[in-house]
Design a protein around this ligand. Structure first.
Ligand code: NAI
Ligand code: MG
Length: 493
């Protein structure tokens, strides 16, 4: 018997007008106060300055809350609270007792993960998918990881009798607000130091939520103090004579100021500054996977990442193919409401940062780069930037040398391993790099010759609390994460 012939369905044509239905995350469970004080000695206090500033949602330009602007007197009060807590309680507490508090903070972050994720997205503009899947879980993970070390310092540093430093002043940026707070606070607590932390002025809200969590956790008063303000508050903290250590993450310019201010003092210093990472694609790489890695490397968090893969080097033989794939891929990226679960690229963190990015885009064009940007629509209100590629870029172009901190990729080509090593290392920075190849031997060759603190192979922008992170050259010094992250908070042996 002959079976009736099956009709093959017509190939489904890609419908260019196809869009995802909106899938916004609810804000209803986020509890925000109208005004926040300074978290000093376990309590929220009015600032001595009497001044407050607003923090907005960069996706809508709406005001979210007023936040205290700490002056030098407030900083002094916070440092004194931290000193008293260090002398009377924290430095005397056995590691296994300190660990309990750190574990508790980790658990509470997990319990409040939903609220923290939405708040992180509202205050800073990053897509909810990232704050939900990366920032908040990793922040909890950092506390969890370092809690485990608190009673094992003697094993981490055998025969060295590790001793805490005292009071740590910590200044963090706006690109990973809660995660950077966790990177700073968790190892300092595990090693027995007390803390004055200052979040960035555009993203203070999750740090203030963390202050509420710390209050609820029962951590002894004054062990962690969280004060808000802008550059002047940070500078007052750096200059305070009662500080034993400064840990800073932010711009290279401010890092240099801090290094000058702490020179000749007894203050220990770690700096995690800018970057201009090379992402290198060899012809034998799995190209589709590599293209996804490039996209993740530069468009993740709107390119607000110090280790962003902002310089792409493609081996000449696959250049045309890779560029075509990249252009196709950026057309499909969804730019818009960061609270929407479909959004790939959210809002730029501030008007100021958007202006910086636009300035670099026009410099790139003026210097002869060929621009290609996604044709997607962007919201009228709020700060947004389309994903942008530059080809025809040379080593001397500013967009290939300077940190843009936005969704802008500068693309160059190469022929040989030695040529790309030379080009990739020809930068003032050295925070991270990426290598895409099928050959293990090539990976080992590249990773031993690239001057960067972190090198990813066939992946990009992957973080783990057990793995140390930090830079070479103008990207700073000192390591955060892993066992190495503990030594930054211990007396030198
Ligand atoms: P920034 O370095 O001014 O801000 C980082 C932190 O330092 C904030 O908490 C700020 O209040 C504080 N700060 C500012 N001036 C200070 C001073 N004199 N003393 C002590 N603390 C001070 O960074 P900004 O202006 O927000 O961004 C400018 C550029 O810096 C970006 O375009 C980007 O290239 C780079 N950047 C790099 C970051 C990284 O993760 N490595 C993070 C943020 C910015
Ligand atoms: Mg904000």
């Amino acid at each position: 018997m002959q079976l009736p012939k099956k009709k093959t369905p017509k190939a489904l044509k890609f419908n260019a007008t196809f869009t995802y239905a909106p899938a916004p995350e609810s804000k209803s469970h986020v509890k925000l106060q109208e005004q926040y004080g300074l978290f000093i000695n376990g309590k929220f206090e009015k600032p001595n300055s009497g001044k407050y500033f607003e923090t907005i949602n960069p996706a809508t330009e709406e005001k979210l809350a007023m936040v205290a602007d700490a002056n030098a007197k407030d900083v002094d009060k916070a440092v004194k609270a931290a000193r008293t807590a260090y002398d009377k309680v924290w430095s005397k507490m056995p590691g296994k007792e300190r660990a309990k508090y750190i574990f508790r903070i980790s658990r509470m972050l997990q319990e409040k993960a939903r609220e923290l994720s939405v708040l992180e997205t509202m205050d800073g503009g990053k897509p909810i998918r990232e704050s939900r899947d990366i920032d908040i879980p990793l922040a909890a993970n950092h506390f969890f990881y370092y809690a485990g070390w608190a009673d094992k310092l003697d094993y981490a540093f055998p025969n060295q009798q590790p001793k805490s430093l005292g009071v740590a002043g910590q200044i963090i940026p706006w690109n990973f607000p809660l995660l950077m707070a966790a990177w700073k606070i968790a190892p300092a607590l595990a090693t027995g130091n007390t803390i004055v932390l200052k979040p960035a002025e555009t993203t203070p809200l999750t740090a203030l939520k963390l202050a509420e969590i710390i209050q609820e956790s029962g951590l002894p008063e004054g062990v962690v103090n969280i004060i808000t303000g802008a550059g002047a508050t940070g500078a007052a903290l750096v200059q305070h004579p009662g500080i034993d250590k400064i840990a800073f993450t932010g711009s290279t310019d401010v890092g240099k100021l801090i290094q000058r201010a702490t020179a000749g003092t007894n203050k220990r210093l770690t700096l995690e500054l800018g970057g201009k990472a090379a992402n290198i694609i060899f012809e034998d790489a799995p190209l589709d996977q590599a293209v996804e890695g490039i996209i993740n490397g530069i468009f993740f968090n709107q390119g607000h990442v110090c280790c962003a893969g902002s310089r792409l080097f493609v081996q000449e033989s696959v250049y045309q193919k890779v560029i075509r794939k990249l252009k196709d891929r950026i057309e499909t990226l969804i730019v818009g409401d960061p609270l929407d679960k479909n959004t790939d690229i959210g809002a730029i963190n501030s008007k100021q940062q958007l202006d910086t990015i636009k300035k670099y885009i026009s410099i790139g064009i003026k210097e002869g780069g060929e621009i290609h940007e996604s044709s997607c629509a962007i919201p009228k209100k709020g700060f947004y930037c389309r994903p942008t590629l530059f080809t025809n870029v040379s080593q001397s172009h500013r967009i290939a040398r300077e940190e843009i901190f936005g969704p802008v990729l500068a693309i160059q080509t190469f022929r040989t391993d030695d040529e790309v090593i030379e080009k990739a290392n020809n930068t003032a920075y050295g925070l991270s790099a990426g290598v895409w190849t099928d050959k293990g031997s090539k990976i080992f060759n590249m990773t031993s010759k690239l001057r960067a603190g972190v090198i990813w192979a066939n992946t990009f922008n992957k973080f783990d609390p057990t793995s140390p992170f930090g830079g070479y050259k103008e990207s700073g010094f000192g390591r955060e994460g892993g066992v190495q992250g503990l030594s930054a908070y211990l007396k030198s042996f």
